[in-house]
Ligand binder design. Structure first.
Ligand SMILES: CC(C)(COP(=O)(O)OP(=O)(O)OC[C@H]1O[C@@H](n2cnc3c(N)ncnc32)[C@H](O)[C@@H]1OP(=O)(O)O)[C@@H](O)C(=O)NCCC(=O)NCCS
Length: 141
């Protein structure tokens, strides 16, 4: 496995497809992004995005955002549903940690829905601890 920063339009299209695929995004707050959205996101110098590649094939996307909080990074991960459950998520998180360290980040934070069992299990397995609760609300207007 390797992770790399997107280099061309195909990479950004892949990111957009991953995030917009309903089988991937049922537990996500962000849905339906375009390749342009993915490109725009990294115009901010604190945002980093990486393609996860296995045997020459793109399988996932990692996002990292350096926050104003001292040395804290916020992360997001998606592995394509066709490639889930093969250990790629865990391996990719390890590689992201290494990238974060290179950026001077000392602590990683994330939000995850409690019913996203796979993600919660993954994060606990690699050492993340629950530090708070959040209520997600919505209102039709
Ligand atoms: C969450 C996600 C990144 C995990 O990646 P993955 O490649 O499927 O996970 P892995 O195969 O690396 O498994 C890592 C750990 O997750 C847990 N896990 C994996 N599949 C699981 C399942 N079906 N049920 C419960 N736990 C599971 C296990 O703890 C596993 O470790 P183990 O195999 O050593 O026991 C991936 O499923 C995904 O992209 N989901 C959709 C998007 C998403 O929800 N992202 C996270 C938002 S916060």
């Amino acid at each position: 496995m390797k992770i790399y920063k997107p280099k061309n339009l195909e990479d950004f299209k892949f990111i957009a497809k991953l995030w917009s695929e309903t089988k991937n995004n049922k537990f996500m707050l962000t849905r339906m992004i375009t390749a342009q959205d993915a490109k725009d996101r990294i115009k901010n110098k604190n945002n980093f995005t990486y393609i996860v590649e296995v045997d020459g094939k793109r399988v996932g996307n990692l996002n990292l955002r350096k926050t104003d909080e001292n040395k804290v990074g916020r992360l997001g991960i998606i592995i394509d549903y066709k490639s889930q459950g093969k250990g790629y998520g865990k391996e990719a998180m390890g590689l992201l940690e290494e990238e974060a360290k290179k950026l001077g980040i000392k602590k990683l934070k994330l939000e995850v829905f409690v019913n996203n069992k796979v993600a919660v299990n993954l994060y606990k397995k690699i050492g993340f601890k629950e530090t708070g609760w959040m209520i997600v609300m919505e209102k039709k207007i």
